[in-house]
Design a protein around this ligand. Structure first.
Ligand code: SAH
Length: 449
């Protein structure tokens, strides 16, 4: 399978990508696109089905692009995700993994999975549009390969409260005759709806993304949402007037209630605002951060840098065991949340600064800062090379790398290896069951003393 879960097969040495086909299967497929080196095909018939093949429980799995692996046994997914990490480490990172027959390679542990891998998401964001047949307002997902919006009322990986909140928002929008946004004409009002729910607290935030400053019939919106959503704590409007696929615009304002909702992870309380990053799978987040803290191996005196810290989640987990934690993050609102979160939990040994990690940390170094441990948790594109250079200059004893993209992880590990560090251990953590996303935590030690 490819990194996004498509099957890869061969006919007389020619490579075909076939969505929905599993490793070990023999299939008959119809070729849809042919290039010199490879082509694409549609699965026609299963000649020999994989023992790991499942009947996808979701009714709209075939049309929706959200999940890619619902036809694949959960345990097999966990095994595949681990192997996917290994493949990237060896092919892109040119690293040696233990069990390859060579001594002293990197230990890649089994993927930490979920006991019940459903209804795990705390955040949902759906595009709003008009159904071409009925003319009715719909909200759900883009049909695979198109921009046609298919209505969705029940998503099996979402928390029930999110599904319910989306249904309520759509009902109100229809009743109030709000015009859905039309991306071809640029007309209409409601573009996207995002809802976030605190798993522990039950608090709900609804974000309405509008084309234009005005939300027509705002008082009725507020009244109806409050009446129908018991856990509602915050209604936020975001304005996006650009003709783009990007969900959010630059302007965010609270229409009713609090600017944030609260949630808790392992006894630590977090304030989360509309535009801040917050991990979507809370129970697995605790496992992920637990591994990060374990790999940081703190004794209570260390200076720790948490780069790409978001709202300070990993920072506060680390602060319980560190001398001092310095968090850096590019979104200013997230840093405001991080400071608030430190205060909220009575944490005095964590400080935060807004800015690009690759600019702020080199400056800290110039000002004389040192670090015993540096934790990085970058977005999909990985660490900026200027940051990696600075890490090599600062010479922390340990680096902990939390990654949502094995290929950029492998690329960055190669840079650290060449600079005198050794990758010791990797634990993949399944943050996104039934999707092809792979998350991993890595323990890296300095070897040039
Ligand atoms: N560690 C946090 C956030 C991880 S997501 C958590 O687990 O919740 C990655 C974060 O990196 C996002 O919050 C994003 O806004 C931030 N980011 C992206 N580019 C950045 C950069 N160049 N410098 C610092 N932070 C950045």
């Amino acid at each position: 399978m490819t990194h996004d879960g498509e099957g890869v097969g061969r006919v007389d040495g020619y490579t075909l990508f076939v969505p929905g086909a599993l490793p070990g299967e023999r299939i008959s497929a119809r070729v849809t696109k042919q290039k010199k080196q490879y082509g694409y095909a549609e699965l026609d018939e299963l000649l020999t089905a994989s023992p790991d093949r499942l009947n996808p429980p979701c009714d709209i799995y075939e049309e929706c692009g959200g999940c890619q692996l619902q036809h694949f046994d959960y345990e097999a997914q966990l095994t595949w995700k681990r192997q996917h990490v290994i493949d990237n480490l060896t092919r892109i990172g040119k690293l040696t993994v233990a069990g390859d027959g060579e001594d002293g390679g990197i230990v890649v542990h089994p993927t930490i999975g979920m006991e019940n891998p459903w209804r795990y998401r705390n955040k949902a964001a759906v595009p709003i549009g008009t159904a071409s047949a009925s003319g009715e307002l719909v909200g759900g997902f883009y049909e695979r390969g198109t921009h046609r919006i298919i209505d969705m009322d029940d998503c099996l990986i979402q928390h029930d409260r999110n599904d319910e909140a989306l249904r309520v928002v759509k009902r109100i929008a229809r009743y109030l005759r709000v015009k859905p946004y039309d991306e071809t004409t640029g007309e209409g009002v409601l573009r996207h709806v995002m809802v976030r729910t605190g798993f522990v607290t039950g608090e709900i935030m609804v974000v309405l993304v509008t084309n234009g400053q005005r939300l027509p019939r705002q008082p009725e919106w507020i009244e109806s949402l409050r009446a129908e959503l018991p856990g509602l704590k915050s209604i936020v409007q975001n304005v996006n007037e650009r003709n783009t696929n990007v969900i959010f615009g630059d302007e965010t304002r609270t229409l009713w209630g609090s600017d944030v909702i609260y949630d808790e992870l392992d006894g630590i309380r977090f304030a989360i605002s509309a535009r801040s990053f917050y991990q979507v799978n809370p129970s697995q987040t605790i496992a992920l951060y637990g591994k990060a803290v374990e790999y940081a191996a703190l004794t209570g005196n260390e200076n720790v840098i948490d780069a790409y810290c978001g709202i300070g989640t990993i920072s506060l987990f680390l602060a319980r065991k560190a001398g001092h934690v310095y968090g850096v993050e590019i979104v200013p609102e997230a840093i405001e949340d991080a400071k608030r979160n430190a205060a909220l939990n009575g944490v005095e040994n964590a400080t935060f600064e807004a800015g690009p990690a690759e600019v702020v940390i080199p400056r800290w170094r110039k000002e004389g800062a040192t670090a015993d441990v540096i934790v990085v948790d970058p977005p999909r594109k990985g660490c900026d090379s200027a940051l990696l250079e600075t890490i090599l200059k600062m010479q922390p004893e340990r680096v902990v790398y939390v990654s949502c993209n094995p290929s950029t992880l492998a690329r960055d590990l190669r840079v650290l290896e060449d600079g005198g560090y050794r990758t010791v251990e990797v634990t993949p953590v399944d943050m996104f069951p039934w999707t092809s996303h792979v998350e991993a935590v890595v323990s890296i030690h300095r070897i040039n003393k």
